[in-house]
Design a protein. Structure first.
Length: 163
């Protein structure tokens, strides 16, 4: 989970503002953020503010904006997780070639993480090989989030790396 998402989740869940006066000690003392460096928090807080996902109140406190709440709602489905019954020694007989647009970066990153989780290995940047078949629920979710048309799968006659 990104730092930006954690800040938004915290503001949405707790509904109480974080005092932010040049990144005060109170902001850094929050238990949810104690493992992040000061500069990481300051940079991400600035990005959230510039994107309009948080806003400053008249008394100098920052709260999540309506746009920030909409952002959180739109991203809930992206975080679905899927498992596999395959292992790293399963024959790698499925080739996946994909092209996911730059404006769908979070979906592309989510897709790559799942390919790794499914024991696929990268041959080139958007060409992966791994065990087949992909989980049925995963494929139906790809349809739901409109990524299925961005990829092609090919069943290999023999496993990748087999002689």
């Amino acid at each position: 989970m990104s730092v930006e998402r954690e800040i938004l989740e915290y503001l949405n869940k707790n509904k109480k503002p974080i005092k932010y006066k040049g990144v005060s000690v109170g902001f850094l003392g929050l238990p949810d953020f104690k493992y992040y460096k000061y500069q990481t928090l300051a940079n991400n807080f600035s990005v959230l503010s510039k994107k309009g996902l948080i806003k400053k109140t008249s008394n100098g406190e920052y709260i999540i904006s309506i746009k920030g709440m909409e952002f959180l709602e739109s991203g809930k489905n992206i975080l679905r997780k899927y498992g596999t019954d395959k292992n790293k020694n399963s024959p790698k007989d499925l080739l996946i070639v994909y092209d996911i647009e730059e404006d769908k970066k979070s979906e592309r990153d989510w897709f790559r993480r799942h390919l790794k989780k499914f024991h696929f290995i990268m041959i080139q940047r958007s060409v992966w090989v791994g065990p087949s078949p992909l989980p049925r629920e995963f494929l139906s979710y790809l349809k739901e989030i409109k990524l299925i048309n961005n990829l092609k799968t090919f069943k290999l006659a023999k496993g990748y790396g087999n002689k």
